[in-house]
Ligand binder design. Structure first.
Ligand SMILES: *[C@@H]1O[C@H](CO)[C@@H](O)[C@H](O)[C@H]1NC(C)=O
Length: 197
């Protein structure tokens, strides 16, 4: 038994390392899968939800993101757009027990746990949107423990805020036409009411 002890310690160390107690590696950016060999994700339903403080985003205006549900130990959180696995925008100062993860050359593209301490549902993550037009959503992998985790936990979709539209129309070449459109809609509505009435 005494002879086997170093062997068991070695095994323990190896499995600990494989479980990424100090956060997901850069290799997990795209599939967001933990590299826990032989451990499958938990089936649906997912006991977690990702909440945001807003349904729209604008460059330069940070968004707060929380992971609702039971306390968790591991997390990988990214912003995405449809049809791509790139992590978008940049995360701001990571909350305690978490850290940045570099993806596609951006050192703040994702956040992940930095240890296995419990993180609660009041843990707030702040994210700075990119100057993008397409809708975005947040996606997470959440682990209650090394062998119990869920992948593909998603927030609602956020669309680009209205202000930018106005700016773009005003700076566009056909400003006159753009301004004429609301009037056209009003006139059409008016005519329709006339017909219905
Ligand atoms: C949030 O965390 C608290 C304390 O850990 C827990 O009592 C509560 O049920 C959690 N909320 C949800 C929605 O799971």
């Amino acid at each position: 038994m005494a002879l086997l002890l170093p062997f068991f310690i070695m095994l323990k160390v190896l499995s600990y390392v494989r479980g990424y107690p100090t956060g997901a590696p850069t290799g997990a950016c795209e599939d967001m899968m933990p590299r826990h060999s032989g451990v499958q994700p938990q089936p649906f339903p997912v006991p977690y939800a990702i909440l945001t403080n807003t349904r729209t985003f604008q460059p330069g205006q940070p968004i707060t993101v929380t992971v609702r549900g039971p306390d968790y130990r591991g997390v990988l959180l990214e912003a995405r757009t449809f049809g791509s696995t790139n992590a978008l925008g940049s995360w701001m100062l990571p909350p305690p027990d978490t850290k940045f993860l570099q993806c596609s050359g951006n050192p703040q593209a994702a956040v992940t746990h930095s240890n296995t301490n419990l993180k609660g549902n009041s843990t707030v993550y702040s994210w700075m949107p990119p100057d993008a037009e397409s809708p975005i959503y947040f996606m997470a992998t959440v682990a209650q423990q090394r062998t119990v985790y869920w992948i593909g936990v998603r927030s609602s979709t956020l669309t680009r805020g209205q202000h930018t539209r106005v700016i773009r129309l005003n700076t566009g070449g056909s400003a006159g036409m753009a301004e004429g459109k609301p009037l056209l809609v009003l006139v059409t509505c008016f005519l329709m009411f006339q017909v219905v009435g």
